[in-house]
Ligand binder design. Structure first.
Ligand code: BTN
Length: 329
């Protein structure tokens, strides 16, 4: 299992290139910005080239990044990341069973809030309601984000809705699509699922230790890449936009959107997030069928509660609170 954590110097080098926005940086100014010798700068530039970055070097001008690698890496994610803490620590793996498990282990080792675990492939990716999540190599974004909000454990589902808003906005910004949300957290484009969210937490009765938010986004698959059971219900950014997209760009946009919403949530509570979620949600006010673990409930979807629970009014006037289900409408 190969994994990679960036060295501090490498992080500073990438940050310097991010701030330069494609302009040349002289060897001397890089050395000063990242606090090392010019020889060390050269070695780190070579390191980036080995990772697949194309770096132009021009005498008396310096260096600039002209292309980034196809393969995901912590460095590529960091180049262009404009956040204070979300995604500032990235653990990247070529192949893991599930990023949820790795993030969970890291949380018990006191990894900081905002730590992101990303894998190119998951061999046992997990979805909601104990389903498998198809996570083939190089085809998508399979990542888990660690946060430690000071909120009561029963409010943790609110973070799932917040994440859905962040994912919709990231896809809008990076891919130019207009996804919608199907309760609680399916991200849909043209009535097919493009991304899903799985939230898990470690908590005591009244205190959260950590929340691990797993996000899966289908990026590069074409129609033939999906297994039979997903044909007709799943889609990818490549299918919907007609072209490939760098995964790092979507990850960076997601981190930026998530950080903004998360800070708003910590300051003002769930209400502004609920309004945003409702503006992207589809099916509220319509007839819905909810397949829960305990059977099927049908009726009109009234909306969500303050805790993000779905309310459905059945024909006899009963209002049902739905905590977990598959929805059809
Ligand atoms: C869903 O069923 O809609 C939720 C899917 C969540 C998948 C992601 S991929 C990254 C993370 N690791 C996992 O094993 N699952 C989540």
């Amino acid at each position: 299992m190969a994994f990679e954590v960036q060295s501090e110097i490498r992080k500073r080098l990438i940050d310097a290139f991010t701030d330069a926005s494609g302009e040349f940086l002289s060897g001397q100014s890089i050395a000063e910005l990242i606090g090392c010798s010019r020889t060390a700068v050269w070695k780190h530039i070579e390191g980036l080239r080995e990772e697949g970055f194309t770096i132009e070097a021009v005498r008396r001008k310096g260096y600039r990044i002209v292309d980034t690698p196809q393969k995901l890496s912590s460095d590529e994610i960091r180049l262009g990341l404009k956040t204070d803490f979300i995604g500032q620590k990235v653990f990247y793996y070529e192949s893991v069973d599930s990023t949820q498990k790795i993030a969970n282990d890291l949380s018990t080792e006191n990894a900081p809030e905002g730590t992101l675990v990303i894998a190119d492939e998951q061999t046992s990716g997990r979805g909601r309601m104990e389903r498998k999540w198809h996570s083939p190599k190089g085809e998508g974004i399979w990542m888990s984000l660690l946060v430690r909000p000071e909120i009561p454990p029963q409010q943790a589902p609110q973070l799932t809705l917040l994440t859905a808003v962040a994912a919709v906005r990231a896809i809008e910004e990076a891919a130019g699509l207009t996804p919608v949300i199907k309760w609680p957290n399916d991200i849909m484009v043209n009535s097919k699922k493009i991304a899903g969210i799985l939230t898990e937490m470690q908590a005591e009765a009244d205190r959260i230790h950590s929340v691990i938010i797993g996000i899966g986004i289908n990026v590069n698959q074409d129609r033939t890449d999906f297994p039979k059971e997903l044909l007709g219900t799943a889609t990818s950014l490549a299918i919907e936009t007609g072209n490939g997209l760098p995964r790092s760009r979507i990850i960076q946009e997601f981190c930026a959107q998530f950080e903004k919403l998360y800070l708003l949530y910590l300051e003002k509570g769930f209400y502004p997030i609920k309004l945003l979620w409702e503006s992207y949600a589809r099916g509220i006010g319509s007839f819905m069928r909810a397949r829960t673990y305990n059977g099927v409930i049908e009726g009109v979807a009234l909306g969500i509660t303050e805790d993000g629970v779905l309310k459905i009014e059945s024909s006899d006037g009963t209002i049902h609170k739905i905590y977990s289900a598959d929805i059809e409408f």
